[in-house]
Design a protein around this ligand. Structure first.
Ligand code: SER
Length: 321
């Protein structure tokens, strides 16, 4: 395998911190520069880390120019719920940041770029069950609008500038190594922390709100599989549907109860309910399966077991620091 030099922007986030570790394993720690706007926490601090803000144009371009990267992962974004509170900032970061990255990739001859899209790019009139790859997209959040527009920008850069840019429409991502980051699907992250500390959880979505979800290990695998696939297998240059499981708050609570019998969930839906109601309930990812062999490994039971085995250890370690 040709030696790569990889830049990760937004490496401190929920996805970034775990994807960076996946990239370390694949390409070697010394070949991956993780960046974010604030100092790294935990394991990221043990790697190559630099402060970098994609919104500071000159500094960003200087950094890219001097390092000669072959791959770039652009993960810095404001998520759905936070974005509704500050829509203009969300648009600037999510959209201007992406276009700056795509331009820099063309100008400095970066071979491959990764950018995440989301189920938030769909909307209320999108078919909700087994949502197809190509369908109606009418997002209602600024985050979703930025993802839909971003997909079109990626496709445009591929067609008109020859850029090898690749993307996945992530479902809700569930990991336990970072705290929830302002997403509507993040109740399914917070619930594990609260189950362990308080044995109870108040959910901001109603009991029967089904959403497509994915365990972080599968998200990292999907991303690396997509980026390692030969370019001729990537027929979709907007973004690929990918899916692993769908569940509602009542189902994840019942699964947690199997491990922590005294756990109780209550429901108090807020403004995030309308966001969740506008998104698909399940996703058809057959195009990704056919094009580059996508296959998930974790269902709800396997994910819950893994998190409830590992999170207490992590919480104990962090309490000791
Ligand atoms: N997890 C994201 C959110 O809830 C959706 O991509 O905002």
């Amino acid at each position: 395998m040709k030696k790569q030099k990889i830049l990760v922007i937004g490496a401190g986030g929920q996805l970034g911190s775990e994807l960076t570790q996946g990239l370390w394993k694949l390409h070697g720690k010394e070949n991956v520069i993780a960046t974010d706007i604030k100092d790294p926490e935990g394991v990221l601090a043990t790697g190559n880390f630099e402060i970098l803000d994609v919104m500071k144009e000159n500094e960003f371009l200087e950094f890219v120019k001097k390092n000669g990267f072959t791959q770039l992962y652009h993960l810095a974004a404001v998520l759905s719920a936070t974005g509704e509170k500050n829509p203009k900032f969300a648009w600037q970061l999510n959209m201007d940041g992406l276009i700056r990255v795509l331009d820099a990739a063309v100008n400095y001859k970066i071979e491959k770029v990764y950018w995440p899209s989301s189920i938030a790019a769909f909307g209320p009139t999108t078919p909700k069950i087994k949502t197809p790859q190509d369908t109606i997209m009418d997002p209602t959040t600024i985050y979703g609008i930025s993802k839909q527009a971003g997909e079109l920008w990626c496709n445009w850069y591929h067609k008109n500038r020859g850029l090898d840019v690749r993307s996945l429409r992530y479902p809700g991502l569930i990991g336990y190594k970072t705290k929830p980051g302002g997403g509507t699907t993040d109740y399914a992250v917070d619930i594990f922390f609260k189950a362990l500390t308080d044995k109870k959880f108040e959910c901001f979505l109603s009991a029967d709100t089904y959403l497509p979800m994915m365990y972080m290990d599968d998200a990292v695998k999907a991303t690396l599989d997509l980026m390692e696939a030969p370019a001729e297998k990537i027929n979709e240059r907007g973004s690929y549907n990918i899916s692993a499981m769908s569940f509602c708050p009542a189902e994840i609570a019942a699964e947690i109860k199997k491990h922590i019998p005294e756990f109780e969930i209550t429901y108090k839906p807020d403004f995030r309910q309308a966001i969740a109601d506008s998104w698909p309930r399940s996703i058809n990812d057959s195009t990704a399966r056919i094009d580059w062999g996508w296959e998930p490994q974790f269902d709800l039971a396997a994910m819950t077991e893994d998190i409830l085995k590992n999170l207490p250890v992590l919480m104990h370690e962090q309490a000791m620091i």
